[in-house]
Design a protein around this ligand. Structure first.
Ligand code: DGL
Length: 272
């Protein structure tokens, strides 16, 4: 058993969809969440820059004594997972590989669609992860940069968002994908409209569920799971506006986001 919390981070509040899935699957685990909302969204940023931010946050979480780090952001995972793993003393999981595995296991025609931010799609991380599991799978990727803005405005359904989703997804439908990876933390909130646009025959794979499963396996095999019955704690931190983090956080996670602490950047060596 290991009483230490799980550390998770994202460019903002999006990773809370991953945290929600981990909380549901592992209700006794404590979690520290860091949202880099002063510098997010990461999607339009340069890969080197995202890597620098992600390494800084992972080192900060490690300094707080977490037992495992979950990079709960597709853009940060795509840009920096391997670098963080090399530098960390604790295990580090990303969101790309679990999503890729879920898609490879679900597809019947081996035609997989991937949607994400510009940074995620440009990095080719999903394509590599899918091909590492099935070299013969056909991967069709599409960056959908405006969808993050829709979700952050709270517009998760209705004609405007549906039209935008249709514009992005029609080319993937034409390719005959039978499985679509929601390769961005914000897209689980658009699941309904994406499902409607893609149609019933297309399986939607959302990294949040896959990651929660992966976190459980990792902690369980290492003997790191906490005893059931002992209440966990949740601690939320951000680099930018805490009020905005609370109001958006409630949409992404729920009423558990009562208070968010603001941590000054740069984080290096800081131990609050
Ligand atoms: N969390 C990001 C991701 O999953 C989406 C928001 C952003 O662009 O930073 O890629």
């Amino acid at each position: 058993m290991n009483e230490a919390p799980i550390g998770m981070f994202d460019s903002g509040v999006g990773g809370l969809t991953v945290m929600r899935a981990v909380m549901r699957r592992l209700p006794w685990e404590s979690i520290i969440y860091f949202g880099d909302n002063a510098r997010g969204p990461y999607g339009p940023r340069d890969i080197q820059e995202i890597r620098r931010f992600a390494l800084e946050i992972a080192a900060f979480l490690e300094s707080l004594g977490v037992k495992i780090i979950v990079v709960a952001c597709n853009s940060a995972t795509s840009a920096a997972l391997l670098d963080i793993q090399r530098k960390s003393a604790v295990p580090v999981l990303g969101v790309v590989e679990p999503g890729a595995r879920g898609a490879v296991q679900a597809t019947r025609n081996r035609r997989i669609g991937v949607i994400g931010t510009r940074a995620t799609v440009r990095s080719g991380a999903y394509r590599r992860a899918i091909h590492a599991l099935d070299a013969g799978a056909h991967v069709h990727s599409r960056a959908c940069p405006t969808l993050v803005d829709f979700v952050e405005r709270g517009e998760v359904d209705g004609p405007r968002v549906e039209e935008e989703v249709r514009r992005y997804l029609n080319p993937l439908k034409k390719r005959g994908v039978d499985t679509l990876v929601l390769g961005c933390t914000h897209y689980p909130l658009l699941r309904e409209v994406i499902g409607r646009v893609m149609g019933e025959g297309v399986m939607l794979i959302s990294s949040d569920q896959e990651v929660a499963r992966e976190v459980e396996e990792n902690l369980s095999r290492r003997g790191y799971l906490r005893e059931p019955g002992v209440s966990p704690f949740y601690r939320f931190m951000c680099s930018g506006d805490p009020e905005q983090a609370v109001s958006l956080g409630r949409i992404f996670l729920g009423p558990e986001v009562e208070r968010v602490e603001r941590i000054e950047l740069p984080l290096g060596g800081c131990r609050p």
